[in-house]
Design a protein around this ligand. Structure first.
Ligand SMILES: Cc1cc2nc3c(=O)[nH]c(=O)nc-3n(C[C@H](O)[C@H](O)[C@H](O)COP(=O)(O)OP(=O)(O)OC[C@H]3O[C@@H](n4cnc5c(N)ncnc54)[C@H](O)[C@@H]3O)c2cc1C
Length: 403
């Protein structure tokens, strides 16, 4: 029976692959080859060129930027194998997914699970078309690792909530249209007093102040809420369900931050190929520096093993109903490897790897230095590595009593 089915499956896959190839040939502008998603950039939105707009609209129209999300909410409705084919063909064509950001990575998958039908119909289609930017209102000055300590209070005023308080480290807060936030609706219970709420960033009483980082950029903000009116319809799930929903969203965030997902492609060119441009090679075309060769080989082996493990873990989690605590293992390992790669890139480039500005450096060299410094944040945001260790000890290895 299985062997009779196989040819049909392959024929379907081949037909889909041709459809993707044709779509890319007709819609992906050649001059965007090798570029990345402007909407998802931590540096903030750049002016969208005509070509970028055309590409985003073409992908958004088909829902292929969110390939496996249901069609009725603007997604592609593709099967996992079709999504893999789309990914492969885009990589071959040097095309990037123009639809991204927190809406795609974290909020959308969480809303699909916990949102009402009206909320899904309102919020998911603009995410699928890349028309809207979301930010995350979780951390507060005294609520980072101990997130449930959050104090921003949403007071029930009958037909709406009145929100007062402060969030911090709000990535992209100054450019976001909307914020998914966890807020306190009951001061008597630390965890059950938390609710998950959607806040329009242009509501009266919302104020953002950008914070500058070591890399010289200001990708995040302090966010203040003063008597902000939030309609009751903007509550996701039930009042008091925010801790459960908020943690689920973090699992999506950690899976994405690990690099096991789409970030894998961002790692781009192999370190060996880059090193050959900066260092001397033997007559056989090998790097002359044997120590550097060893370091690169060691890194690439561990990185590729990680990617395969991440892919398997993500597939296993999906088969068991979605993301899980394994996301903490992936986040811890993936972010550490990302930092190691950034350091190796600096070492490989020697003096050319230490530029901050000026004509003596290429754009790629300057980006690498800023990326290396920005990379320090990856083991902090989305929950620090120490917190992932605690989660792994408790929930994956069962070493401590559950709290
Ligand atoms: C670049 C960047 C972007 C961010 N973007 C956002 C965003 O968009 N939205 C948002 O809400 N937040 C965001 N954050 C905040 C991020 O989630 C927090 O910084 C993170 O959760 C750590 O909290 P904290 O900074 O308050 O550090 P703290 O919680 O004060 O931790 C300080 C140190 O103590 C350690 N520690 C704390 N508790 C424990 C424990 N129980 N066991 C062991 N070690 C512990 C931590 O690992 C850390 O090393 C961002 C952060 C960064 C750096």
């Amino acid at each position: 029976m299985a062997t009779q089915l196989e040819p049909d499956i392959h024929a379907d896959e081949d037909a889909f692959r041709s459809e993707v190839q044709q779509f890319l040939a007709q819609n992906f502008p050649e001059d965007l080859k090798g570029k990345s998603n402007a909407l998802a950039s931590v540096e903030g939105p750049t002016e969208e060129s005509d070509a970028q707009k055309q590409w985003r609209e073409a992908m958004g129209e088909r829902g292929w930027g969110t390939p496996t999300w249901p069609k009725e909410y603007g997604g592609g409705g593709l099967t996992k194998s079709q999504a893999r084919i789309l990914d492969e063909e885009m990589a071959k064509a040097g095309a990037y997914n123009p639809i991204g950001g927190m809406g795609v990575m974290m909020f959308g998958p969480t809303l699909l699970e916990y949102g009402s039908e009206e909320q899904k119909r309102e919020h998911l289609p603009p995410i699928c078309k890349g028309e809207i930017r979301w930010c995350q209102g979780y951390s507060e000055p005294n609520a980072g690792s101990d997130l449930a300590n959050l104090q921003t209070f949403a007071e029930d005023k009958g037909d709406h909530y009145l929100v007062n308080g402060q969030k911090t480290w709000t990535s992209g807060g100054q450019w976001a249209d909307k914020c998914f936030a966890i807020v306190r609706t009951d001061k008597s219970d630390k965890h059950k007093g938390i609710s998950f709420m959607l806040i329009d960033m242009d509501s009266p009483g919302v104020e953002v102040r950008p914070i500058t980082m070591i890399s010289g950029t200001s990708p995040f903000c302090e966010t203040f809420f003063t008597d902000v009116k939030v309609p009751k319809d903007n509550l996701v799930g039930d009042e008091g369900q925010g801790w459960t929903i908020g943690k689920r969203l973090l699992q999506h965030e950690r899976t994405n931050l690990s690099g096991g997902g789409s970030l894998a492609r961002l790692m781009g060119q192999s370190l060996g190929d880059i090193a050959k441009k900066y260092r001397s090679t033997t007559d056989d075309g090998e790097l002359s520096d044997a120590v550097l060769r060893d370091k690169i080989a060691d890194f690439e082996i561990r990185w590729n093993s990680f990617l395969l493990t991440a892919r398997r873990a993500v597939e296993e989690s999906k088969a068991q109903g979605g993301v899980s605590e394994i996301s903490s293992v992936l986040k811890k390992l993936g972010t550490k490897l990302g930092q190691e790669r950034a350091e190796l890139l600096i070492e490989i480039r020697g003096l050319q790897g230490l530029g901050w500005e000026g004509e003596g450096f290429t754009e790629g060299e300057l980006d690498a230095v800023r990326g290396w410094l920005f990379g320090k944040a990856t083991t902090i945001y989305g929950g620090s590595t120490e917190i992932q260790n605690n989660i792994i000890a408790k929930r994956v290895l069962g070493m401590l009593d559950h709290q």
